[in-house]
Design a protein around this ligand. Structure first.
Ligand SMILES: Cc1cc2nc3c(=O)[nH]c(=O)nc-3n(C[C@H](O)[C@H](O)[C@H](O)COP(=O)(O)O)c2cc1C
Length: 228
């Protein structure tokens, strides 16, 4: 597991035993507990605070593999991940500006400048494209999009588990014609989000409060009143 900063390296024997035997994790398993805590502790890091190094090719492969393990009804090829390497970020900036001009033909110079800067943020930038298959009544569109969303969550979390910072950002113009054309999106494709990954340049902010489990976990009863 060289170079991998995951819970694997913290619990090598346990991880190996679990993978070798395919046995389920016991409820007391240290690795299971560590994984849960890592999931709960995950925080996004804004792209402007992500610097080199980003994940290497092997790590990126594992991150995408985590996305591919997301629940997916029918195991459809629900998404693609397009990496935008540093040498193409200038061109991505041009695409962002073209997207802005679709709604604002004459934007202020500083807005253009800011968009071009955004295209340069984070050493690793991915575009997650969702492929919707409209002719599948048994797997409706919302389930298909949910699968791509689950993949997005797994990708961001896997990057976090490897010790990187990551954040999903759609930005203002992701649904522009300019983006669709630049990434050669087919009719039923849509870009879900960019995913920025890199080494956090500063400590993570104290997190914005998340809802407590008790706020979202309720029990259904046939005679209940109100809504969830
Ligand atoms: C599809 C998608 C698109 C998003 N786009 C943006 C965005 O454009 N700008 C932004 O500030 N946050 C965006 N977010 C939210 C952040 O990625 C992040 O989840 C949020 O700031 C909460 O922070 P946390 O992940 O640390 O809980 C997006 C999330 C998703 C799932």
């Amino acid at each position: 597991m060289e170079g991998v900063k995951s819970v694997d390296s913290a619990f090598p024997d346990e991880t190996h035993a679990i993978r070798a035997s395919a046995a389920p994790l016991s409820r007391e398993s240290r690795i299971g507990q560590a994984c849960i805590e890592a999931l709960i502790d995950r925080r996004s890091v804004p792209p402007r605070h992500l610097q080199a190094p980003g994940p290497d090719a092997r790590e990126l492969n594992r991150i995408v593999a985590a996305g591919l393990a997301a629940p997916c009804h029918g195991r459809l090829p629900q998404f693609s991940v397009i990496a935008i390497p540093p040498e193409n970020r200038g061109h991505l900036g041009d695409v962002f500006v073209a997207g802005l001009r679709e709604s604002e033909p004459d934007p202020a110079a500083e807005r253009i400048e800011r968009l071009r800067e955004k295209a340069m943020h984070a050493p690793t930038l991915l575009l997650l494209v969702c492929h919707v298959f409209p002719a599948l009544p048994e797997i409706p569109r919302e389930e298909q999009i949910a699968s791509a969303g689950a993949a997005l969550g797994a990708i961001v979390t896997a990057a976090d588990l490897l010790g990187y910072g990551a954040m999903a950002v759609s930005g203002q113009h992701i649904r522009s014609k300019a983006i669709r054309e630049a990434f050669r999106l087919a009719r039923h494709d849509f870009p879900l989000a960019f995913i920025a990954i890199g080494t956090p340049s500063r400590r993570r902010n104290a997190c914005a409060a998340r809802r407590a489990p008790a706020e979202v976990l309720t029990t259904w009863r046939p005679d209940m009143t109100g809504s969830f």
